[in-house]
Design a protein. Structure first.
Length: 189
């Protein structure tokens, strides 16, 4: 490991930059994309801001740790899907749920009622062709000026990356699954 000197000057910023809603993307093959988005949701909620979370691959009845915590805090979180594609018994039904879910999420974004809208795992319905990319891009571009959106999932389409303000790629170096360690309650769910 190389030892570095700590910075002694703040990074330079434009003095009169416009404050507005950001489009933030967490993508890549590493773990932590959704967790980072949930952290932003908690931060915004802690500041008294209205937050809404949509999970495109989780079932409406999901009771993972984040659902339990957000429910206790009063942060709306909604499962819109029927699980990951390899678990689906009817992929056309999965696609229909994604399209219906997108309509709900788009309405929440365009309403302007929320400071932050999280679109967890939206990249999957996009790359499967279940939700039209052009419609998503237009909604994100034309959203009310003050609405922040965080979008998560692997393989984020370039059309979304192009219009995003902040894009973070979470890179997998290694994962416990590869060592045969199963999902851990409270870590993966």
């Amino acid at each position: 490991m190389d030892i570095q000197n700590p910075p002694t000057e703040a990074p330079q910023q434009r003095e009169h930059a416009e404050r507005r809603g950001l489009l933030i993307v967490n993508t890549g093959d590493g773990k932590g994309k959704s967790t980072a988005a949930f952290g932003l949701a908690l931060r915004a909620f802690g500041r008294g801001k209205a937050v809404r979370i949509f999970q495109f691959m989780k079932v409406p009845s999901a009771r993972f740790g984040e659902h339990r915590a957000f429910e206790q805090l009063g942060i709306p979180i909604e499962g819109l899907g029927d699980g990951f594609s390899w678990k689906s018994k009817d992929l056309e039904r999965s696609a229909q749920l994604a399209r219906e879910g997108w309509q709900r999420a788009a309405a929440a974004i365009t309403s302007g009622e929320h400071f932050l809208v999280v679109l967890d795992e939206l990249t999957y319905p996009l790359i499967y062709g279940w939700v039209p990319i052009d419609e998503v891009v237009q909604t994100l571009k034309n959203r009310p000026k003050e609405v922040h959106v965080v979008l998560t999932g692997r393989d984020c389409p370039p059309e979304i990356i192009e219009i995003a303000d902040t894009v973070s790629e979470v890179k997998k170096i290694k994962h416990a699954y590869e060592a045969g360690i199963p999902a851990q309650r409270g870590i993966e769910d």
